[in-house]
Design a protein around this ligand. Structure first.
Ligand code: HEM
Length: 286
């Protein structure tokens, strides 16, 4: 296996006074300049080396005060099954799309006014007058579509690879809630520009929600903040769009990723189980 830089960075730093200031490359295990992470083989010096070692020292300092390295090594250097391929990147791609939505959303929120009289003008101002406003708005708009495409592809991957089966049913259920919440983000975000299209599309969506059995009318009343779309509907959509649902999504993504790390990922169905290392096989046995 090639030597990775990460474990070396996460090694325990030396205690004050420990290790020699000049390396011999042997003896106490200290590397160049007495640093325990060095292998003593480096002959070059210079600014780059100093910057690298500075970075290592900072990480070592943080590690000795937080004890984070076992968690990080467990998370970043866990074993993955044989046969893992590009389809396994769809979950991370969804995560990246969500992070982009959160980031661009913060910038949009700096200019957006969630009032039925001001919303349209604030978006027009953002699009036409604010530096890079149209670009950031475009990123947020197309990013929403991209996230929905990616989340469905990721769900398809886990379904076709049988990753919803024991012991990962709970992670599948968390995923289903995540997909519903992502769609709610799309619905609530659509009204925010408050132009003709978003207004009438939301009326249609409310009527569909309201026609649902038992909870339908209550749900529609909750979203509209009353029996009709009015002055308080937009602030309600805004609060749901930028606080309630993203908060829930962040919490659920945390639980989702915790389970992914704890349970490991499923091997592709065409890879024989007995070709996997024993430590990975045991997790799949019911
Ligand atoms: C915001 C949405 C989501 C994010 C950020 C996310 C992220 C991830 C990541 C990073 C992984 C590990 C790598 C991979 O297998 O791709 C994963 C695995 C998994 N996800 Fe998601 N996911 C999301 C939504 C969903 C949805 C909608 C479902 C299904 C309904 C789902 C079901 C699963 C399952 C079952 C696994 C385990 C895969 C395995 O063991 O091979 N996820 N997710």
């Amino acid at each position: 296996m090639p030597k990775l830089p990460v474990p070396a960075l996460l090694k325990k730093p030396r205690k004050p006074g420990e290790g020699a200031s000049v390396s011999t490359g042997s003896g106490n295990g200290a590397g160049r300049n007495g640093h325990p992470n060095g292998d003593g083989s480096s002959s070059g010096g210079g600014a780059l080396e100093t910057v690298k070692e500075g970075g290592i020292d900072v990480i070592g300092w943080l590690d000795s005060r937080t004890g984070a390295s076992p968690f990080l090594t467990g998370m970043l250097l866990r074993k993955v099954p044989k046969g893992t391929n590009w389809f396994y990147t769809l979950g991370s791609a969804t995560l990246f799309a969500f992070a982009m939505q959160a980031l661009t959303g913060v910038f949009l929120a700096m200019y957006y006014v969630p009032s039925s009289t001001e919303a349209y003008n604030s978006i027009a101002n953002l699009t036409n007058d604010v530096f890079l406003g149209e670009f950031v708005r475009g990123l947020h708009k197309w990013g929403a579509t991209l996230m929905i495409i990616l989340i469905f592809l990721h769900m398809g991957r886990t379904f076709f690879f049988g990753a919803y089966k024991y012991p990962r049913e709970l992670n599948w259920v968390i995923g289903v809630v995540l997909i519903i919440l992502t769609l709610v983000m799309g619905l609530t975000g659509y009204l925010l520009p408050f132009d003709q299209r978003s207004y009438w599309a939301t009326i249609v969506a409310m009527n569909i929600a309201g026609s649902g059995p038992v909870v339908g009318p209550y749900l529609a009343d909750f979203l509209r903040a009353g029996s009709e779309i009015g002055a308080t509907t937009l602030p309600r959509f805004y609060a749901v769009h930028m606080l309630l649902v993203p908060g829930a999504i962040i919490g659920l993504i945390g639980a989702h990723l915790y389970l992914v790390v704890k349970q490991g990922t499923t091997a592709p169905p065409w890879v024989r189980a007995d070709s996997q290392p024993k430590s990975l096989r045991e997790k799949d046995v019911g």
